[in-house]
Design a protein around this ligand. Structure first.
Ligand code: 5GP
Length: 117
């Protein structure tokens, strides 16, 4: 059994977080160290460590996360310009090993951000 991550503890209510949305499958919270004017995290309640650990069984859940991310972006007023980021693995910058989508909005991205492809 692996240690529960900080996100599992937030989902279980053991650690406080600024919650924006919750349903049976996922939770959306404000990032504690925002990297953009709007920076929220959409986290499935199922503790899938990394995107590559998802299985065909998780297909509906992953689809739901994408649709929900769009809804949240709309709700936050950033649906015109936002990015969805999933860091997979420590070498890609993943620090919490519980799958999550970063919703980053209200920032003017440039090629210098390194993701301008
Ligand atoms: P990663 O680097 O794994 O893709 O993203 C983890 C994110 O979780 C980071 O942006 C970090 O600021 C955020 N984070 C880490 N611990 C906490 C916490 O306790 N509460 C909240 N709200 N965000 C956290």
């Amino acid at each position: 059994m692996t240690e529960p991550t900080v996100f599992s503890k937030i989902i279980d209510g053991e650690i406080p977080a600024e919650k924006l949305y919750e349903d049976d499958d996922c939770i959306c919270i404000k990032d504690i160290a925002p990297k953009a004017p709007t920076h929220v995290l959409l986290i499935p309640k199922k503790p899938i460590p990394r995107l590559v650990d998802a299985t065909p069984e998780d297909q509906a859940l992953l689809g739901k996360l994408m649709v929900t991310a769009g809804d949240i972006a709309r709700e936050l007023g950033v649906d015109d310009a936002f990015r969805l980021v999933i860091n997979n693995g420590a070498n890609a910058g993943q620090t919490v090993f519980h799958l999550h989508l970063h919703i980053l909005g209200n920032k003017k991205y440039t090629e210098d951000d390194g993701l301008g492809f």
